[in-house]
Design a protein around this ligand. Structure first.
Ligand SMILES: [Zn+2]
Length: 85
């Protein structure tokens, strides 16, 4: 009669299981991070596009908010209007 320990028979080694789980978890996290970054960039971009529709009073070309002068004709831009009333 011999005693056989459980470790001798089997199952996958715990290190391999842990490594696999870690790898899958890492891939999932990386995927989620990339997805979130892309969504956030898209949202910010669309907001900027909406804000960008400020025509230059001199030449009518769209000027980005925050610019002090028009990139097309160099005319100074009025300060951004406050939505206060
Ligand atoms: Zn202009």
């Amino acid at each position: 009669m011999g005693l056989v320990s459980l470790a001798d028979i089997g199952g996958p080694p715990i290190e391999a299981v842990a490594l696999g789980a870690l790898l899958v978890a890492g891939l999932v996290v990386a995927g989620v991070v990339v997805l979130v970054v892309f969504v956030l960039r898209d949202v910010r971009r669309s907001r900027e596009d909406k804000l960008a529709e400020t025509p230059c009073p001199a030449c009518g070309k769209p000027v980005r908010p925050g610019r002090n002068y028009c990139l097309s004709c160099g005319a100074p831009q009025p300060p951004a209007e406050a939505d206060d009333g």
